[in-house]
Write a protein that binds this ligand. Structure first.
Ligand code: NDP
Length: 245
């Protein structure tokens, strides 16, 4: 499962915690060349230090700012000469009932979860076309397949990620670019800390009692990356074995 990872240049958004951080650890162990991005530079630097990466392995990026995402990809090219994999992972889940009108949180989810992914694609696609190779991995969710009360906007953003990824998949055939959607169930990270509604937060906390460790996600990334170049793993949906939803 770890072939074809060594020396690949991998850009990870949302690498400062949770799924992104865990993936950085696994890929670093397998010899990938990493560029870690998020807003909390101190956390990225501590991770880079721990993994024995250089100072140029971290970039402070807010994915809602298109220019910053362009700078991120340009930085990876400056340091390593190419980008083999973009893991569009940054996201948040401040779930609430629509009637609560947490409109700022709706905006934030749309900006980070959808536009952040689009900006990543926009920054990497011209480069990957020139390279005639590349792999864009977008993070959706079980909520990209179904919706429940309190999850309308988050689920909408994660459905959007799947639709955008599938459209991208069909369009990039001429350029030898691979696309993967990863849709996790409950994985133990800081994601549910973004919920501000006390009742929804309490419910979600219960669901996440069964959450599985973040290295489950990292192994899926490694699996998709490690396939031979003519094999394109387009989608993986995984959950804790005990999760019904
Ligand atoms: P965490 O809250 O642990 O991590 C979220 C990451 O996103 C952080 O590194 C954070 O970094 C980054 N981030 C948030 N906003 C921005 C921004 N504007 N610009 C750049 N980076 C940003 O949660 P997870 O690791 O769980 O989340 C990762 C992805 O996985 C998300 O897309 C989430 O929707 C998805 N997911 C998670 C599931 C789970 O159960 N954990 C299930 C299904 C999907 P910083 O704050 O430093 O910017």
């Amino acid at each position: 499962m770890t072939e074809n990872i060594k020396d690949k240049v991998v850009v990870i958004t949302g690498a400062s915690s949770g799924l992104g951080e865990s993936t950085a650890r696994l890929l670093a162990q397998n010899g990938a060349k990493l560029i870690l991005a998020a807003r909390r530079l101190d956390r990225l630097q501590a991770l880079a230090h721990e993994l024995g990466l250089g100072d140029d392995a971290t970039v402070k990026v807010d994915v809602t700012d298109r220019k910053q995402v362009e700078v991120l990809i340009a930085h990876a090219v400056k340091v390593h000469g190419r980008v083999d994999v973009l893991l569009n992972n940054a996201g948040l889940m401040p779930s609430s009932m629509l009637e609560s009108l947490h409109i700022d949180e709706w905006d934030r989810m749309i900006d980070v979860n959808i536009k952040g992914v689009l900006y990543g694609i926009a920054a990497a696609l011209p480069l990957m076309k020139r390279q005639m190779s590349g792999h864009i991995i977008n993070v959706s969710s079980v909520a990209g397949h179904k919706v429940g009360p309190g999850g309308a906007v988050y689920a909408a953003t994660k459905h959007a990620v799947r639709v955008i990824s599938e459209g991208l998949r069909q369009e990039v055939k001429p350029y030898n670019i691979r696309t993967t959607i990863i849709s996790p169930g409950a994985v133990a990270t800081n994601l549910i800390d973004t919920i501000t509604d006390p009742a929804i937060a309490a419910n979600m906390k219960k669901t996440y009692e069964k959450a599985i460790p973040a290295d489950s996600f990292a192994r899926v990334v490694a699996f998709a990356m490690s396939q031979p170049e003519d094999v394109d793993i387009n989608e993986v949906l995984f959950r804790p074995t005990s999760q019904a939803y």
